[in-house]
Write a protein that binds this ligand. Structure first.
Ligand SMILES: [Fe+2]
Length: 389
C-alpha cells in the first residue's frame, strides 16, 4: 500500500508543478502574485529565519534529545517551507477584500506547500483572528479529548495554542491524531511574538519527509499494527494534571461518554473517579484532497516518555501506564525505545523553524504537516483555531 502511495505523492507533485495558474492570478513579478488587486509578496528565508538556530541535541525537556542521531540545531526555513508571503499595503483594502484574497491564496497554495505563512495582515485581537478564520471558511471545532493544557480565549472556538510551561519542548504531532475527529487544518495567530533570541518557534515538518527517512521496518510495523492511544484523566478534585472536566470542558460525565461513544473510543471509570479512554487508529490517513497516504499520528508526542521529560513529572519515576497519556502498538505491546528514538531523530532532522512576528497567521494542512513548539523565555502568545474542513 505504501509504495503505491509514494508513487502517487511524486506524481501529484509533478502535476502541481505543471498546473497552470488560475486565471484570477496574474504573475506580475518573480516573487509577487496579485489576486484581484491584492498583492502577495513572497518572503525569502532570510526574512523568516531566526537570528540564531535553536539548539536541539542535549536540550533539556526535549524528548529524545540525548539519543544517537539527534540533530544539533533546528534547521532554518527553506524557499518553500513554510510558504511565506507578505500582504502588500493591506491598509488600502477593506477587511472583506483581504479575507477574499487570502481565501483564494490559501486555496491555491496550501495543498502544494503544506503550510502557508501570511504576514502583514491588520490583525490585533483574538476577535480579529476569529473573524478572519470564519471569513476564510474554516469551521472551528472544539478541542475535546485533548492532551495539552489550553484555554478558550473568547466565546468562539479560539484557544491559546498551549499553556504548557515555557521551558518544555512540545514534541511533534498531527493535531488530534489520537481521535477519529481530528482537525483538517490548524491556524495559528501570533498575538505576541517571542523575543529575538528567546526561542518559541513552532517547528514544522512534512510527513512525506519523515516517511522517506524513517527505517522502512518501522513504517511497515506501524502499517500492520497501528497505534493505540490511551488517556488516563483524573477527576478535577485531585488537583492532578489534565483532569477530564478540563479535557472535555464539562462537569457532566454523560456528555463525556456521549463524545467517546460517538468517536469510537473505549472507556472505563475507575473507583477514584479517573476516566481511562483509548482508541486504536492507523498511523496513516488518506488525504481527502490529494489522495496520498500521509504519516499521520502522535506516536512519540502522546508517548509517556514525552512526559518523563516534562518538569511536572521530573523524578516521578512512574511506570508508563500511570502517566496521563501513553501510546502502544495497536496490539497493546510497548513501542521499543529504539523505535521512538528513530522517529524522534528523523522527525527533528527533517524539521524547520521560522521566526514569528506579531500579527502572523500560519495555516497548516494538518494531514500533511506535523508541528511542535520550542521552549522559550520571556513573553510569547500564540492563539489557535482547529478547523474541521
Ligand atoms: Fe498542536
Amino acid at each position: 500500500m505504501l509504495l503505491t502511495s509514494f508513487r502517487r505523492f511524486f506524481v501529484t507533485q509533478a502535476l502541481f508543478d505543471t498546473m497552470p495558474k488560475r486565471s484570477l492570478i496574474s504573475k506580475t513579478k518573480e516573487v509577487e502574485l496579485e489576486i484581484e488587486g491584492l498583492k502577495f509578496v513572497r518572503l525569502n528565508p532570510a526574512e523568516t529565519q531566526p537570528k540564531v538556530s535553536s539548539a536541539l541535541a542535549g536540550k533539556p525537556f526535549l524528548p529524545g534529545s540525548t539519543s544517537r542521531g539527534f540533530p544539533e540545531v533546528l534547521s532554518p526555513p527553506t524557499e518553500t517551507f513554510p510558504h511565506a508571503v507578505k500582504i502588500k499595503d493591506p491598509h488600502l483594502h477593506p477587511f472583506s477584500k483581504l479575507v477574499d484574497g487570502c481565501r483564494r491564496y490559501i486555496t491555491d497554495n496550501l495543498y502544494r506547500y503544506g503550510a502557508v505563512l501570511l504576514r502583514n495582515l491588520p490583525l490585533k485581537t483574538s476577535n480579529d483572528f476569529a473573524s478572519l478564520c470564519q471569513g476564510l471558511g474554516f469551521q472551528a471545532m472544539r478541542y475535546e479529548a485533548g492532551t495539552v493544557e489550553r484555554k478558550r480565549v473568547d466565546d468562539s472556538d479560539t484557544y491559546t495554542a498551549t499553556d504548557e510551561p515555557p521551558e518544555v519542548v512540545i514534541d511533534f504531532h498531527n493535531e488530534m491524531a489520537y481521535s477519529p475527529s481530528y482537525a483538517a487544518k490548524v491556524l495559528f495567530f501570533c498575538h505576541q511574538e517571542p523575543g529575538e533570541y528567546c526561542g518559541g518557534e513552532t517547528p514544522l515538518v512534512k510527513g512525506a519527509d519523515i516517511l522517506s527517512h524513517l527505517d522502512p521496518k518501522i513504517v511497515q510495523t506501524f502499517d500492520k499494527k497501528r497505534v493505540c492511544y490511551v488517556r488516563c484523566a483524573p477527576s478535577k478534585e485531585t488537583g492532578l494534571y489534565l483532569p477530564w472536566q478540563d479535557t472535555f470542558m464539562t462537569e457532566d460525565p454523560k456528555i463525556v461518554e456521549h463524545f467517546l461513544r460517538k468517536n469510537s473510543f473505549s472507556y472505563k471509570w475507575e473507583p477514584s473517579g479517573t476516566l481511562i479512554y483509548w482508541n486504536v487508529l492507523p498511523a496513516f490517513q488518506q488525504h481527502p484532497e490529494t489522495g496520498e497516504t500521509m504519516w499521520f499520528n502522535q506516536i512519540q508526542g502522546h508517548h509517556a516518555s514525552a512526559l518523563k521529560d516534562n518538569p511536572r513529572f521530573k523524578d516521578s519515576n512512574l511506570p508508563f501506564d500511570k502517566y496521563p497519556y501513553h501510546t502502544y502498538y495497536g496490539d497493546g505491546s510497548e513501542i521499543e525505545p529504539v523505535v521512538l528514538e528513530n522517529i524522534r531523530a528523523v522527525t527533528w532532522s527533517c524539521a524547520v523553524g521560522f521566526r514569528w512576528r506579531t500579527g502572523d497567521v500560519l495555516v497548516i494542512d494538518n494531514l500533511a504537516v506535523q508541528h511542535a513548539r520550542m521552549s522559550f523565555t520571556g513573553q510569547r502568545k500564540i492563539l489557535a483555531v482547529l478547523s474541521r474542513n
